[in-house]
Design a protein around this ligand. Structure first.
Ligand SMILES: [Zn+2]
Length: 423
């Protein structure tokens, strides 16, 4: 126990306090507005749908608080409770090689934290999502997904951990630079193989059928100067009735994927507008900039880890004895960094919301603001997203602007369809 202990506990108390305060405000605000549909949405959204959204949002917020509490408790048990130290001694008993001991520690740590998460995930799917009519998964499917995810995590994660631990011990003072390079290569590799090899393990992807929707989308792609290696429809309805559309892969393997639920719900002009918004993220370089940011931030954190790794106060301050292994440094670092960065959440969220506004403006220019509004209202309704979030909660967490503000902004952009040529 030292000054770092005090700093860590203070940061944890602060993060927990802010998290609870925001959740309380959010639920309170939603409940206060539960009795009537906001005027702007009164034509499209019934009182029953609005109340379902209020109940769903507040249930999810309360569940989020429960989840955080479990995480905080685990954090304390792992560090000051001595659980990590004990897992470390188990791992040391299994192997002689420090590399394998370290890999075993990280694997054990992952197993223990996942085991604690499991009942929460089960409850979310089969209690909350089912109660509001979103879950379409059977228990067998849920278990099957879990097994597949675990095998995949082991197949990708174990080699990565081995390489990282080896670099940490073999590369001297600048090991973190090498780890960073490996991390970038790994991320790019996963992105490249995801559409063709990983995603199909969980869902079926069928090429979009020829017809008016497809030709309409191809026209939009041509207008925006966007090339992709295919339009696909994914059987998202197998698991959930939440709808979505996304891009996946990059370069030649770039695909556009529509959830079947989205296609079933929206009409063709609405789908086109949603796609134009997603294209906006690509064309305005949001995707690439976000990735660049992630890489810069991970370099900064790795450099920071490079420094604290050899400091006794870092381990002793978290209740772990020093000297400790590289793997212990990694695990402790991953555990405590989110506590110290929690209050930076609003910065990342507002950066993301800025991009959403820009992508909306792009969609208004190349497709139609009016159709995008109509699509968004349907999606808010279908996903039971609250139309009345607490403004402070929203500013702190939300990657997307609140419904009302987003739609107001779109309406000032006019009906769209300026039919201009892309530059
Ligand atoms: Zn977006």
């Amino acid at each position: 126990m030292n000054d770092f202990t005090a700093a860590f506990l203070l940061a944890l108390a602060l993060a927990a306090g802010v998290r609870l305060w925001l959740a309380r405000r959010h639920v309170h605000h939603i409940m206060q507005h539960r009795q009537s549909v906001p005027r702007e949405f009164a034509d499209e959204i019934s009182l029953a749908a609005h109340q379902k959204a209020a109940d769903y949002s507040s249930t999810r917020t309360r569940f989020g608080v429960l989840h955080s509490m479990v995480d905080w408790a685990m954090l304390l048990v792992l560090t000051f409770g001595g659980l990590l130290q004990w897992l470390d001694s188990v791992a040391r008993g299994w192997f002689d090689s420090p590399l394998l001991q370290g890999t075993a520690l990280i694997a054990l740590f992952t197993l223990v934290t996942s085991a604690v998460d499991l009942p929460l995930s089960y409850y979310r799917t089969f209690s909350i999502e089912s109660r509001f009519g979103f879950n379409k998964m059977t228990r067998a499917m849920w278990a099957g997904d879990l097994i597949k995810q675990s095998v995949l995590a082991a197949a990708l994660g174990l080699p990565l951990i081995l390489v990282v631990l080896w670099l940490m011990q073999a590369m001297g003072a600048l090991w973190w630079l090498y780890v960073w390079l490996v991390w970038i290569a790994f991320s790019v590799l996963v992105l490249a193989v995801y559409p063709a090899f990983i995603a199909p393990l969980f869902n079926k992807f069928s090429p979009m059928q020829e017809g008016s929707l497809k030709s309409r989308i191809e026209q939009l792609l041509a207008k925006c100067g966007f090339r992709s290696s295919g339009l696909f429809v994914m059987d998202g309805s197998r698991r959930s009735s939440h709808g979505n559309a996304y891009f996946t892969g990059f370069g030649k393997t770039k695909r556009i994927v529509f959830f079947d639920t989205l296609i079933a719900r929206l009409n063709e002009s609405e789908i086109e507008a949603v796609l134009a918004h997603e294209l906006g993220h690509f064309k305005l370089n949001h995707v690439i900039r976000r990735m660049a940011w992630t890489f810069v931030v991970s370099l900064a954190f790795l450099a920071l880890l490079g420094w604290v790794k050899d400091e006794a106060w870092f381990y002793q301050g978290l209740g772990v004895s020093y000297p400790a292994s590289d793997a212990m440094a990694l695990v402790l670092f991953m555990l405590v960094v989110p506590v110290f960065t929690f209050l930076l959440n609003p910065l990342a969220a507002s950066y993301s919301r800025k991009h959403e506004f820009e992508a909306d403006a792009y969609a208004a220019r190349y497709s139609s603001a009016r159709e995008l509004v109509s699509a968004l209202v349907k999606l808010y309704k279908d996903n039971a997203s609250t139309l009345t979030p607490d403004p402070v909660h929203s500013a702190f967490y939300d990657s997307h602007p609140p419904a009302r503000i987003r739609i107001e902004r779109l309406q000032t952009l006019g009906p769209g369809n300026l039919r201009e040529t892309p530059t």
